[in-house]
Design a binder for this molecule. Structure first.
Ligand SMILES: NC(=O)c1ccc[n+]([C@@H]2O[C@H](COP(=O)([O-])OP(=O)(O)OC[C@H]3O[C@@H](n4cnc5c(N)ncnc54)[C@H](OP(=O)(O)O)[C@@H]3O)[C@@H](O)[C@H]2O)c1
Length: 261
């Protein structure tokens, strides 16, 4: 189901974001594609335009810079393009002891995962309210259900995204704006957790295909929005966690993943 207006995808140069762009292009959705890698965005936009006869515009931007989300949103709106679907997907991971990891890199993560997501949502929502088929997809993570030692800031940003996004789902329901909170487990992309040893740089778990993760998120959008945990094993994991006392998961993870182990 294509929507009038444009879909804006952050982190569209690779992985889950690229698969969102491809799936939406197949639905004949016009796209604004953003990430830092100008060349990859331009090549993807060209390919999607030619293949699906849509408009696809690359808009390179480093969303970890202070105020970048607002800057990007204003330039889209000033260009007269109305966003009907916003996909907040861009992200990266960093593993290590919080007090040892460089502060600036952790602040970049907070600005990318949180400030940019909040800014883009706040700027675009006024024109989404009451608009047929409008929606937001926020890409969180399985790590967004609990505190996780040694990826403490990453997991905390994903906890924030999950909480914020589930709250927005209900706030926006009366206005017809659908919100999807996507919490993938391990997904086969270029995602690397900085600071991980070789072979441990990716999330453990089922290693789902990004295309399948995206298909489940778009199906949830089509059915009115809500929480998506792709993969049966991941769903079981989230269900069981509900019955485990809150300190237990961080305690167990800290034992298993202490640096040097
Ligand atoms: N893969 C997994 O196992 C997994 C599991 C759970 C959740 N997730 C979440 O899924 C989302 C997408 O990750 P992915 O797996 O698709 O990884 P990916 O292939 O590494 O893609 C990450 C995307 O974010 C963009 N990005 C990174 N830093 C940026 C910045 N400062 N400004 C703008 N864009 C930036 C990257 O583009 P540039 O480098 O061109 O900027 C890239 O397009 C992330 O939010 C991640 O936390 C992934």
């Amino acid at each position: 189901m294509s929507m009038p207006g444009w879909a804006l995808v952050t982190g569209a140069s690779s992985g889950i974001g690229e698969q969102f762009a491809r799936a939406l292009a197949r639905r004949k959705q016009n796209l604004i594609l953003t990430a830092r890698s100008r060349g990859k965005l331009e090549a993807l936009a060209r390919e999607l335009q030619q293949t699906y006869d849509i408009q696809a515009e690359p808009l390179p931007c480093d969303l970890s810079v202070e105020g970048a989300g607002g800057f990007l949103a204003r330039s889209v709106l000033e260009g007269g393009r109305e966003i009907s679907l916003l996909i907040n997907n861009a992200g990266f991971g960093a593993r290590g002891e919080f007090w040892v990891l460089p502060l600036e890199r952790q602040m970049e993560m907070i600005r990318l995962h949180l400030a940019a997501l909040i800014e883009l949502s706040h700027y675009f929502l006024p024109s989404m309210i009451g608009r047929r088929g409008a929606g937001i997809i926020n890409v969180s993570s399985m790590t967004g259900f609990q505190p996780i030692p040694y990826v403490a800031v990453y997991a905390a940003t994903k906890n924030f995204i999950t909480s914020f996004s589930l709250a927005l789902t209900e706030e926006l329901r009366p206005y017809g704006v659908r919100v999807v909170t996507l919490c993938p487990g391990g997904t086969r992309t270029n995602f690397v957790i900085e600071g991980s040893r070789a072979g441990r740089g990716r999330f453990p778990g089922s290693g789902m295909a990004a295309k399948e993760v995206v298909a489940q998120a778009l199906a949830k959008l089509d059915s009115g929005g809500g929480l998506v945990v792709p993969g049966f094993a991941n769903q079981i994991g989230v269900f069981i966690e509900r019955f485990v006392p809150r300190p237990c998961v961080p305690w167990a993870v800290a034992k298993m993943s202490r640096p040097g182990k």
